[in-house]
Design a protein. Sequence first.
Length: 507
Amino acid sequence: MDSNKKTQATHRGLATRKKRTSENVARQGPVRKSSRLAGVPSDGVYVEDERSGRFTVGGVSSSTGSTLATGSPELATDIQERFFNSRINDGSDLTIQQAVEMADDKWIKDQSISAAEQFVSGILPSFVSTSSAACASPKYVVSPVKGQDFERQIETIRLDDEAAVAKVTPDRIYAMACHPTPHAVLACAGDKQGYVGLWNVDQTNADNSSDGVHLFKPHSRPVSHLEWNRSGSSLVSASYDGSVRQLDLETQTFSQIFATYDDSEIFEGKLGFGLHQGSRYWIQYACLDHSNSADEKCLFLSSSAGTVMHVDLRSKGHLTFNKLLSEKKINSVSLHPNGTTLATAGLDTTVKLWDIRKLKSTSKNSTPTPLATHISGKSVNSAFFSPSGKTLLTTTMMNTLDCIENAHLLTNGEAIAPVHRIRHNNQTGRWLTTLMARWHPHHNMFVVGSMEKPRTIEIFDGDSGTLLRGIQGDSLTAVASRCCFHPSSDKLIVCGGNSSGRVTIAR
């Protein structure tokens, strides 16, 4: 009976089409036929080089016998144009319909577009009207063990509901977020292929064949971060394709709010002009800047090249700073509640704290000095400040979860050591997304996936570093690499995403 439950649970959410309708065949176009098998002579065109998604092509035209020059009108008709860095378009806004249609045809069902449009225009705005007060920045943080009701929730939280797991994205989940409304559970996941899936967990509409899951494709490469603004009116997504998009519920579009470009003349004047450094450059992480903008129009971005930039999208938009803070990839950035201290962590095995006021004021080519440094010994997956700002939580490939206290008070570049070091297996290997321990937005505790068997999601006390609960159940059949709490301060709800695109809800 347990095995039947597991099978039934994993079938919720996305499912591929079993049959292709005439509508889908028409959208796909005619079936491609091989010119070689048909005996048609080759065009004599070949790709000499490819950089940033653009081709350099050479060869001799079979029709004219002349050598083709890159950029020639004849070449333009023979070679299909591709967007910069293989992005899904030129940066234009995507309507809900377009974002759904960007998905692979096998994930699009007859009602997918109309269901998504109805969800974004009708259901999601109702969440916004009730979420503003609940998701405001907390004035104080409650320790989980001091509230009897919350302590009871920790003891009773479970993973046995077969309706609490669904396939939300087609591929491995890289990013997880939860909408801040206290009256519903809306789990959001971004995957390896650039898909963003929204799952209205408690949707009871029997006409929806995807169990409340709506799939969009605003990016072409892995979605590295998802984050709702405090009111829940917009969702920001950052991607390895170098673009940052925003699902705006007011306009009902996925708009590109920032993107990196190379120094080609055609991109001159764009906000990210000259930032792109080639195929090994991408946006690794992002976080909204809640410190100086009530409408949250600023954000921090880290890159695979070790740079951190601050983007101000107010007015016409400008780049406040773009600093090289590491010689290697920076996996995460986190802003302290004081609004001035930024923590970075990455492949150079260190966690560093920076005063962003000095990053803004120093000259372009100067090397900034960190306020403090913690050396892990191996790569650091993430480093996040607690809601109160007292504790900095790191997840490392040294198989530790480290809790560092009051690091933001240091100013002279001191080396810092953790007050609590938790032994934790973080060796996810090649096929699983790395683990990242994440804080609860209102309570001093954090959640992280686990490599242990049976599969477990673990909740720890942020004050003592002790394990409060290892959540297990029939609904959790794989490692939940990326986990997050629902922002509600009254209900304990955990969302976990795995490498098959499934999301599990514990409550």
